[in-house]
Write a protein that binds this ligand. Structure first.
Ligand code: AGV
Ligand code: CA
Length: 327
């Protein structure tokens, strides 16, 4: 029966892929959730939200409403799991605040209180549960710090046997970081800096890792042109929401350019041809002024490292997925 079921799912056009998503509530995290929900071959088992680049309460609330409004009945998560993980270095409050505005968008609130519930378990244990319950290996997509996965591995190391691969937005291989805080050397990316020990824990595990670091996300900045591309298509509700979402973030106030960091990672997890990748050995520094710095070294572990983005195809794929939400 199970075989027949799988067979019919393949006959449907493509094999369904079980995915678990963990994000941290900034604009591109929430847009990533919106787009993951549209991928025809993705069965989203669960979503965890960590208190990092967005306040966790509005970020979880917005996630519940996105699932309500834009999820497909047969392949959407049953609940949103809030994380109780804590930062080694918290994100600037100015960045974290956008989650409140996103959560208040009228398009997410016209039907009142969210229906998709909060999960009973904290995010790292929800992740363990969903991975263990899956009838096929799970793809993990993470667009924030790796803390919940590191804690999941500590709670149940056997989950590695049912994880197909991890796609992570984080790190930078060229030492051009994006953290501007006292007491660090500027070589690390923020998600890695938030909890560098967690990155080390995950690197020390046998999980297949694809790293989408600043080296590739730098190739997809949020430009005026991109904003007007979405504005022109605002008759499609998901593209309207994407445009509204990105209107909350501007380089001048955050003092750094915004990129499509997480959206790139999320799309790469299902459409690897949007980028070029290489296999490298790498490691991470977990303490001191360089904590969170990822680097290539012969002594490191194997990862797949994204080097180059096919930007036009990437932007086209965003439009294509968002339009699927029309129906
Ligand atoms: O370092 C990139 C990560 C991504 O997961 N986040 C934003 C994305 O969600 C941190 C970040 C770096 N610069 C930022 C960030 C900025 N100017 N505004 C908000 N977040
Ligand atoms: Ca993020």
């Amino acid at each position: 029966m199970k075989t027949l079921y799988h067979f019919s799912k393949i006959l449907g056009g493509f094999a369904m892929q079980n995915v678990y998503f963990n994000h941290d509530g900034n604009v591109d995290d929430l847009v990533s959730l919106l787009l993951l929900l549209q991928m025809p071959n993705v069965n989203l088992l669960g979503v965890g939200v960590i208190d990092a680049d967005g306040y966790v309460d509005p970020a979880s609330s917005a996630s519940r409403k996105i699932v309500d409004r834009f999820g497909h009945p047969d392949r959407k998560p049953a609940a949103i799991a809030k994380s109780n993980s804590r930062a080694a270095h918290q994100f600037p409050k100015e960045w974290r605040l956008s989650a409140f505005s996103f959560d208040d968008f009228p398009i997410l609130n016209e039907h009142g209180q969210p229906e998709t519930p909060l999960a009973q378990l904290p995010a790292h244990l929800d992740m363990v549960e969903k991975i263990n319950q899956s009838d096929q290996k799970v793809k993990l997509v993470m667009t924030g710090p790796l803390t919940d996965l590191a804690r999941a591995l500590q709670a149940d190391p056997t989950i590695v046997n049912n994880i197909d691969a991890l796609y992570w937005m984080g790190g930078a291989m060229n030492s051009q970081g994006n953290v501007a805080e006292p007491g660090q050397d500027g070589t690390m990316e923020w998600n890695a800096y938030w909890d560098a020990e967690a990155v080390k824990t995950v690197w020390d595990s046998p999980i297949n890792i694809t790293m989408v670091g600043l080296d590739s996300t730098d190739q997809v900045p949020l430009t005026r042109e991109l904003r007007s591309r979405w504005a022109r298509q605002r008759k499609h509700p998901a593209l309207d929401l994407i445009g509204q979402g990105y209107s909350l973030v501007h380089s001048f106030e955050a003092n750094s350019t915004y990129y499509l960091w997480d959206v790139l990672t999320t799309l790469v997890s299902n459409y690897p041809d949007l980028v070029d990748s290489i296999n490298v050995k790498s490691d991470v520094i977990s303490t001191g002024a360089a904590q969170g710095r990822t680097f290539i070294t012969d002594q490191g572990r194997d990862i797949t490292f994204v080097t180059n983005v096919h930007a036009e195809q990437f932007f086209d794929k965003i439009d294509e997925l968002a339009k699927l939400a029309d129906h």
